[in-house]
Write a protein that binds this ligand. Structure first.
Ligand SMILES: [Zn+2]
Length: 340
């Protein structure tokens, strides 16, 4: 089969890879209908994380082709959505809603690599969720979004305790930040402030429910958020970038007693203890337990109540994945969908 391999920073190729086979009785093999390139794939692409001959991809939707003898919850022919973390969905950590830290968990990006024609999904019963039927092709981008960016933005909004009567600020205008806006709106937040200086992304943020846009960054951005919230700061702040500046922007934009939901993969972030101490805020984040939210998100998409698929502004065949990486790296595309 064909699949993406990142040989080194900036060096992405689509190559022949070995066809996946059932190894464990709990595995399923899926034919990938669509996958995509993640903002987190840009960290190694830009040389910020080390990379050598790494298979790529952790977001996926597809059709089950084969199942191991112990798989019960999905069957051959099912259309499925899976999280970017393999999970059994039965251990104590999974049962508490943190499937992204399953005791048997593994990252799809490390061991599976779904920017490919097929994929072996371990712990299929716990990891995959079948859709109610074969989806209309128009729903596929949205279902794919549920696999990571939507689930991650949703977790960030839940972690930030977005809800009725709350003012939510969103740091980061990438796909996850935009999905955080969507989630905050769905969770009932009245006022949603998107921080973005990109006109196209501002427009999408407004489409998803942003009521205000703040263009400033860093401490100037914080000052703007305070200005919009009677000097207090937002109740709920979503951090969807992962840099020192974005994390401090999120923390300083939060009012005392407020909540930060942070889902940007942290790179060289150091939190000043004394400032944190006096901030009096809640910090909750990490790799999103997307699996917790998948059944509900699939249903919202199926019923056409949300349209997260609009974050994909470039669709390319898998063979042209290298162009997709370049487009995202240069911020010409928010998020690239790859068709198999
Ligand atoms: Zn588990």
């Amino acid at each position: 089969m064909r699949g993406v391999v990142m040989h080194a920073a900036g060096d992405v190729r689509v190559e022949e890879r070995e066809d996946p086979k059932i190894i464990e009785p709990t595995d399923a093999i899926i034919r990938v209908t669509a996958s995509c390139i993640c903002g987190s794939d840009l960290w190694p692409y830009r040389g910020i994380e080390p990379v050598k001959d790494q298979i790529m991809g952790h977001e996926y939707v597809g059709v089950v082709e084969e199942i191991g003898p112990e798989v019960k919850n999905v069957k051959v022919g099912d259309f499925v959505v899976g999280s970017f973390v393999i999970s059994d969905n039965t251990c104590e950590i999974c049962q508490s809603g943190y499937q992204s830290r399953c005791v048997r968990g593994e990252f799809v990006s490390a061991t599976v690599g779904t920017q490919s024609e097929k994929a072996r999904i371990p712990l299929a019963d716990g990891t995959l969720v079948a859709t109610p039927g074969q989806p209309d092709p128009g729903l596929i981008p949205s279902l794919l979004a549920a696999s990571d960016v939507l689930g991650t933005g949703w977790f960030a909004a839940v972690a930030a305790e977005a809800g009725p009567g709350k003012t939510v600020a969103v740091v980061g205008d990438g796909a996850v930040g935009l999905m955080g806006v969507l989630a905050a709106k769905q969770l009932g937040a009245g006022r949603i402030i998107a921080m973005s200086r990109n006109p196209q992304r501002q427009e999408l943020a407004r489409f998803y429910g942003a009521t205000d846009i703040v263009q400033e960054r860093g401490d100037e951005g914080v000052a703007k958020i305070k200005e919009l919230t009677n000097g207090l700061g937002a109740h709920s702040v979503i951090e969807a970038v992962g840099t020192q500046e974005s994390m401090m922007q999120a923390i300083r934009s939060t009012r005392p007693g407020g909540h930060v939901g942070f889902v940007g993969v942290a790179h060289d972030v150091e939190l000043p203890g004394l400032e944190l101490f006096f901030a009096d805020i809640h910090l909750h984040g990490g790799p999103a337990p997307v699996r917790r939210f998948l059944p509900d998100l699939i249903q919202l998409i199926w019923d056409r109540k949300i349209d997260p698929g609009k974050v994909f502004d470039l669709t390319l065949p898998l063979e042209e994945a290298a162009e997709g990486y370049q487009a995202m790296d240069e911020r010409r595309a928010i998020k690239v969908l790859l068709t198999a």
